[in-house]
Design a protein around this ligand. Structure first.
Ligand code: BTN
Length: 207
């Protein structure tokens, strides 16, 4: 005899943590080419590509663990941000809002890309990385930048236009990479929290 088991609360296991650590490493490595400062101490950086990939591949929960881990390591002083920066000071500087935006953004990306627990399709991946990895990151970053630098939000917004072409290019690269992974290494997406949460309830034997 069997009956439906209530939907399981997905738990993080060691594989999830290992995957989160790998992507925290990917984001850190993408900081190695350095950064290009445009205006007011907010650099152009390839690390946002890593955030996009973390959300799109790992999903919202493991993606958040990945970015959260990187931010904790930065806060305790590891020089993991582009240009070899780190330390608690960055969380009160002009880029503080963007860093918070990475954490919120990775969750939004994961939720959109893995909507309904389905495998990523290109248009949802692109929409997810643009909304979570660009719109959400700017929405968190611009107000804090304007506060810290004591400039108008409109001025900060205008300065941020410099990031748009590069960030859209990163969104395209992230979409292509995720598409290639879906085709060539679909296992990469089997363990996302969203897909496990949406999995059909298991029929468990009643003893
Ligand atoms: O290194 C830091 O302290 C965080 C950098 C934040 C850079 C922001 S993220 C969105 C936009 N796109 C970029 O390439 N740079 C800015």
């Amino acid at each position: 005899m069997t009956h439906d088991h209530p939907a399981r609360t997905p738990r993080l296991d060691t594989t999830d943590l290992a995957r989160a650590a790998v992507f925290a490493g990917v984001i850190a490595i993408l900081g190695l080419p350095g950064s290009f400062s445009v205006f007011g101490g907010v650099p152009i950086t390839a690390q946002t590509l890593g955030v996009m990939l973390a959300g799109a591949v790992l999903g919202p929960l493991v993606g958040a663990v990945s970015v959260g881990t990187l931010l904790v390591l930065v806060a305790v002083g590891l020089p993991l941000l582009a240009g070899g920066r780190g330390g608690a000071g960055v969380f009160v500087g002009p880029t503080a809002g963007y860093l918070v935006g990475w954490l919120v953004g990775v969750v939004v990306i994961g939720l959109i890309v893995h909507l309904g627990g389905r495998r990523p399709v290109w248009w949802r991946t692109f929409a997810g990385v643009v909304i979570g990895g660009v719109v959400v990151v700017y929405a968190c970053g611009i107000p804090i930048q304007s506060l810290v630098m004591r400039i108008g939000v409109d001025q900060a917004l205008l300065a941020n236009l410099a990031f748009v072409p590069g960030d859209l290019a990163k969104a395209v690269v992230a979409t292509v990479v995720v598409g290639a992974l879906v085709r060539g290494y679909p296992r990469a997406f089997r363990r996302t929290w969203a897909s496990r949460a949406a999995a059909p309830r298991e029929a468990v034997p009643v003893r």
